[in-house]
Design a protein around this ligand. Sequence first.
Ligand code: CTP
Length: 396
Amino acid sequence: MILQGNRVTLGITGGIAAYKAAELVRLMVKDELRVRVIMTVNATRFVTPLTFQTLSQSQVRLDTFETASPERVEHVILAQETDLLVVAPATANILAKMARGIADDMLSTLYLAYAGTTLLAPAMNTQMYLHPATQDNLRILKDRGAIVLNPGEGELACGDYGPGRFPDPPYIMERILDLLYKKDLEGKSLLVTAGPTREFFDEIRFISNPSSGKMGFAIAQEARRRGGKVYLVSGPTYLTPPWGVEHIPVTSAREMHKRVLALFPHVDVVIKAAAVADFHPLPLVDKGKFKKGKKDSLTLELKANPDILAQLGKKKKGQILVGFAAESHELLKNAQEKLEGKNLDLIVANKISEGFGKDTSKVAILRRDGTTCELPTMSKDEVARVVLDEVIPLLS
Ligand code: CTP
C-alpha cells in the first residue's frame, strides 16, 4: 500500500455506536494500519477496553496521566506519532469540547496537542445532532479543517428516526485510506472499464461471460485513492462501486462503446479490464419474449461488436492505453499481438484459468518497449496497484 503514513489514533466516545468501532478497528488492522485507541470514560460503559486492545493489538489509552515511563508526556508523544486522528463515534460532547478547546481527558487533550488532519464521524440522537449548539460546533471544526462525515439517516438505537446513525465502517475505512494515500495520480483522469457485457436476443435472454468485474473495480478504487478522477464504465456486476468514483453502468458492448468513446477525449488514461463480448446476436423477436414453439433446434446469428480498445488505439492523442488479454493458451504471444494490434502502451495478460471470476490473479505485464514483467499470484487489489505503478511513469 502506498501511504504517506499509517499511524492512526482512533478516539472512541460514549455513544451506543461505540460497539461498531470494533469493526472499524478490525478493518484498519486488516489494511495494515497501526491503530492506537483512546477511549473516553463514557465509551468504556458501552464496550470494554479489552475489546479494542485485543483488536488493535495495543494498549488502549484511557487516562491522560497514565504513562509508560515518567519522562513520557503521553498525549504529546502520541499526538506526534499520529498521521491521522479519527474520532468515531464522535458524540455531541466531544464535538463541543474539541470546538471550544476544552482539554479534560486523554482524547480532548491529545486533540489540542495534535496538528494534523482530523476525521470525525458524529453519531447521536437526531435532536442532539440537529441542535444548533452541535451544528455550530461542527461548523467551527469544519472551518478549522476537520473532515466531518455525514451521519447516516434511519431508525436510531434510541427509537428516533432521522440523521445520527454511525456510518458503515467500510465507508469510514475508505475515507481513512483516502486521507492516508499518496496522491500520485492527482490531476489525472482515468477511464476504467469492468465486468462482462450482456448481449440480448429477446427481452430476457442474453449471451455473456462469467467476469465478476473485480479487477476493474479494484483498479478504479486504487486510482481514486491515489487522487485520480475516475470514471468506471461497467457491465452488470454484483459489486458496489468504490466511493468517490463516477460509475457509469452499461449493459451491452455497443452501449459500452458509446460511453467510452464519449469520455475518451477527456481522460489521460484508459484501462480496459472489461470482458467485452465480441459479438451480439440478432434479436429473435421485435419485442418481448421469444416463444420456443415446437422447434427442436435454433440458430442464433451473431454480428461483430466494435472492438472498443482497437478504436481507441487509432484515435489516441497522448492518452495511455492499457488493455487486458484473457487467454486460454499462448498467453504471452497472444498478448503481444494485442498490444501491437490495438496500439496499446501496456497489456496485462492473464490465463483464464488463473483469474477469471476469482479474487486472485496471476498476470504478466507486457510493455511497449518489449519488456515483460511476470508476477506471482496476487490479490486483485495488489494487481491494481502494480498496474497503476506501471502507468504513472508513462504519464510524465
Ligand atoms: N476489447 C474491447 N472491445 C471488444 C473486445 C475486447 O475493447 N469488442 C478489449 C478488452 O476490454 C481487453 C482487450 O480488448 O482490454 C482484449 O480483450 P480480449 O477479450 O482478451 O481479446 P479480443 O481482442 O476480444 O480477442 P480474442 O477474443 O480473439 O482473444
